[in-house]
Unconditional design. Structure first.
Lengths: 180, 255
């Protein structure tokens, strides 16, 4: 009983305090998981993180699912996931409903316009950060080569991103595995 | 020009979109996203805007902005909203479940082979090769939102807004939620400001509705206005931004 209440509360706190998507909540989750409730040791948490990074999908929910299951089985998994996903999803839906109600108004049309430069800049910064990370991992030449081919495939040939990612996997598994 | 770029009316999509399309889209984005939540943004956009046309880019932009302004994982917020937008509450629940379930279960099932996976060079190579692809997708998306902003606001005002956002989000390290809030607050009066200033400058000619006559003054007027608001907004954001960064641990998170 207490266990899943703790899971609910711990993951709620970590996710409500984390801005900027899943990766930014990792230190907050670690605080709850390792320090406060001591569900995992630091070493175990590092392993969970490593495996989580090797799997696709959002990182926060992978950690929540794993820790929830470890602590309290399936009810624990459910509690941790609900705490991670529901509050902020409800928040977004509520905000968007509010915007949708006044969709035609001048105020909302102006908001839509002014938000676009902010998005563009947020994406530029994300692009830059991920680019740096990638260059550090595989070197500038590999990075530019893969980037050029995927730019051509995505923009010129308009190939579905999933296929481009699969092709990158194949290249990474066959070729890059000798580098990294 | 400004009028042309208004947000489209809510599309009546509910009846036309099949559950199958929604769930397949959420499943696909769930298993093809590598590198954490933000990498999912271009994939979600591809499904929602390009492939299934559930919404226009403007609406998707708003979702991303608000999702960034709210705490918690980005991917599940986007999945929940897209599901809700297309199929209501049940759509939201199922979209999130389908999006996160495969990887959540894999975490538990792979418990035994955790270490093999972690140390595999092939897996490491595969993941490393996907990162540049994600970078390109994010870059392309950034360019397209920038271009769209430029069409809507006029290039001069858009450039001022871009620069302001870059300074606030980059070097000034202001909390993204505050920058989005500031953009929304000023945005809510932007068109009224432009109209008022245009009417004053153009006098009688304001209502002519001719593109060539209207575009030029709009841009200069809007640009001037952006310059004026710059100092005030930034000062206030800086102040609040420090509080926000202190409590949320955003600094280490965003690197």
């Amino acid at each position: 009983m207490m266990n899943w209440l703790h899971l609910l509360w711990g993951f709620l706190v970590a996710n409500l305090l984390g801005y900027g998507g899943g990766p930014s909540t990792i230190p907050l989750m670690q605080e709850e998981i390792v320090h406060r409730y001591q569900w995992l040791t630091n070493g175990q948490f590092a392993d969970v993180l490593a495996v989580g990074n090797a799997l696709p999908g959002p990182i926060a929910t992978k950690i929540a699912a794993f820790v929830g299951y470890e602590v309290a089985g399936w009810p624990g998994l459910l509690a941790a996931l609900v705490a991670t996903v529901v509050p902020t999803a409800v928040g977004l839906i509520a905000f968007m409903r509010l915007l949708a109600r006044f969709r035609g108004s001048k105020a909302v049309r102006g908001m839509t316009m002014l938000v676009q430069p902010v998005i563009a800049v947020m994406l530029v910064l994300l692009t830059w950060e991920m680019g740096q990370e990638s260059v550090q991992g595989i070197g500038i030449l590999q990075f530019l080569g893969i980037a050029a081919v995927s730019l051509w495939a995505l923009v010129v040939r308009k190939i579905h991103p999933a296929f481009v990612i699969l092709a990158a996997f194949a290249y990474g598994g066959l070729v890059l595995s000798h580098w990294v | 020009m400004l009028m042309e770029n208004t947000a489209p009316d809510e599309k009546e999509v509910g009846g036309m979109v099949s559950w199958w399309n929604l769930l397949v889209a959420m499943f696909r984005t769930g298993i093809f996203t590598y590198g954490g939540g933000p990498a999912v943004i271009p994939l979600m956009r591809h499904e929602a805007v390009r492939r299934y046309s559930w919404m226009e880019d403007e609406e998707f932009g708003e979702i991303v902005a608000l999702a960034n302004a709210l705490p918690g994982p980005i991917a599940t917020k986007l999945a929940a909203y897209l599901g809700y937008r297309v199929k209501g509450l049940l759509g939201a629940v199922l979209a999130v479940v389908v999006h996160i379930l495969p990887s959540s279960l894999a975490m538990i099932v792979l418990l035994g082979s955790l270490y093999a996976l972690k140390s595999s060079r092939v897996v490491a190579g595969m993941i490393a090769a996907v990162k540049p692809v994600i970078v390109v997708m994010l870059g392309v998306m950034a360019y397209e939102f920038g271009a769209s902003a430029s069409r809507g606001l006029g290039w001069l005002f858009a450039a001022v807004a871009d620069l302001l956002a870059l300074v606030l989000l980059g070097p000034a390290n202001v909390h993204p939620a505050l920058v989005v809030l500031a953009a929304l607050l000023y945005g809510s009066v932007h068109l009224r400001v432009v109209d008022a200033l245009r009417a004053r400058r153009l006098g009688i000619g304001a209502g002519s509705g001719e593109q060539g006559a209207n575009v030029q003054p709009t841009e200069t007027v809007a640009g001037g206005r952006g310059g004026q608001s710059e100092g005030g907004d930034q000062g206030r954001d800086d102040q609040e931004g420090h509080n926000g960064a202190g409590t949320s641990g955003e600094e280490e998170g965003s690197r």
